[in-house]
Design a protein around this ligand. Structure first.
Ligand code: PFF
Length: 442
């Protein structure tokens, strides 16, 4: 029997899973991926994948968690009586482990930027935000390693103390605030010179710019932002009560994710040209462009500092779910071992995050198939492990689970959505994932 903790209300569940989903993926990764893979063309593919593939898969993961009510390296065996299928859970755990490794690099950048802006606010650094030099920050090994160490340490502290519930409550204020800040940044960006061409870049659906590579990365982006295929969402759903409504929860998370991704795109691209950056600038895009936008506002540094706090908060609610999954699996949901497991997992994540961070500096020349170590880790997770995990789960759900039991987990079905959802998961989505996967290998 598991010592399974439970949320008392479905609000707790929605807040936690929205917190897990909405993070660096929508705000940092979406604009940089869209910038590289054709702006509006990437956006169309991302929207299509998120709605047609992501939403049903998210409902599927919630259904599995709700039915299985246990940790994810056991849940597949428990539901199917085939223990070897727990390999899907282990695949997810591996994905999350590597993901946390490179996620913390970006979390570390946020912390470093906060310290830089704070120094400026108390007068140690000159006024304005021009003094923060992105290239200098990310290539400084000591600084970045300390930054990501702190990010992992804060995540570890929260998970060890089990104070996630407090954080979920705080997210009721922090998330709306983040929305408001994003809207303010969009408004400012749109008034800048050259804004219209940036706006066109991200919104114009230029079908001719859709590339095979862009399509693959758009699917990877949908998986990444919705935390799919890592079993992270299964873990959260397994903590939820049997009464929770999985369809509305999934829909609200998908909608919020799309809105935040769009706002991030609208905040960044109109400003990119105005300040002489290129959409293809890569992982540094947000960190280069936004300080310049805030620089144009009165009290810009103060607002930027508050924005960074909100951004860090969003990243932390995601990293917590990454560590939580490890803790849940390795303690088999037994809270007695929570602390040592959280500490050991964090130390291991810290160790693998070091080569990822150095790949922006001293290890930049070290490439695997032309990718830096950081990009390689991201590729392995977003384009291989996540789709594989989701594929495995669609096969389990479509081929092995009892349809009637699934229907119960699906919940009240006023609009008769169960059938189309079920056939999508059983026949179409596995095919889509396999096709995209094969295209990638070619
Ligand atoms: N969805 C998160 C983001 O977009 O930042 C990343 C993530 C969190 C992926 C948790 C997977 C996961 F289990």
């Amino acid at each position: 029997m598991d010592n399974q903790s439970q949320w008392k209300s479905s609000t707790g569940f929605i807040l936690a899973s929205a917190g897990s989903a909405i993070g660096l993926g929508a705000m940092w990764k979406f604009p940089y991926m869209a910038g590289i893979y054709g702006g509006g063309a990437f956006l169309i593919m991302f929207l299509l994948f998120t709605i047609i593939v992501g939403l049903p898969l998210l409902i599927m993961e919630f259904a599995v968690g709700k039915m299985g009510q246990t940790y994810t390296t056991r849940i597949y065996g428990k539901l199917t009586n085939k223990k070897w299928l727990n390999v899907i859970g282990w695949n997810g755990n591996l994905a999350v482990f590597i993901l946390f490794g490179f996620y913390s690099v970006i979390g570390g950048w946020i912390i470093i930027y906060m310290v830089e802006v704070f120094q400026q606010l108390i007068g140690i650094k000159p006024p304005g935000l021009d003094h923060i030099k992105f290239e200098e920050v990310i290539t400084d090994p000591a600084l970045t390693i300390i930054g990501q160490g702190l990010f992992i340490f804060i995540t570890m502290g929260i998970v060890m103390l089990g104070v996630e519930k407090g954080l979920e409550k705080a997210s009721k204020i922090m998330m709306p605030l983040l929305f408001i800040f994003l809207i303010i940044i969009v408004a400012k960006s749109l008034t800048l010179e050259g804004a219209m061409s940036g706006l066109r870049y991200i919104l114009e659906p230029r079908v001719k710019d859709i590339s095979v590579k862009g399509t693959l990365f758009a699917l990877g982006q949908s998986f990444f932002t919705l935390s799919l295929g890592t079993t992270g969402m299964i873990t959260y759903a397994s903590y939820a009560s049997k009464e929770m409504t999985i369809k509305t929860s999934a829909l609200s998370i998908v909608v919020m994710n799309i809105i935040v991704s769009l706002l991030a795109g609208l905040a960044i691209f109109p400003a990119t040209e105005a300040f002489g950056f290129k959409p293809t600038d890569g992982p540094g895009l947000l960190f280069k462009v936004l300080p310049q936008v805030f620089n144009q506002m009165s009290l810009g540094s103060v607002f930027y500092f508050i924005f960074l706090i909100l951004f860090l908060f969003a990243a932390l609610t995601s990293s917590i779910s990454l560590l939580e999954l490890n803790v849940s699996n390795f303690t088999k949901n037994n809270n007695d071992h929570r602390k040592p497991v959280a500490i050991i997992a964090s130390i291991l994540v810290f160790l693998i995050s070091i080569p990822a961070t150095l790949s922006f500096g001293s290890l930049n020349g070290f490439r695997i198939f032309g990718l830096t170590l950081f990009d390689c880790m991201d590729f392995v997770v977003s384009n291989i492990l996540m789709p594989l995990g989701a594929l495995g789960t669609t096969l389990v759900v479509g081929q092995l689970l009892d349809k009637d039991a699934l229907k119960v987990s699906f919940g009240k079905d006023r609009f008769n959505l169960f059938r189309p959802w079920y056939y999508l998961v059983k026949y179409i989505l596995p095919l889509v994932i396999i096709i995209v996967f094969i295209m990638q290998l070619i």
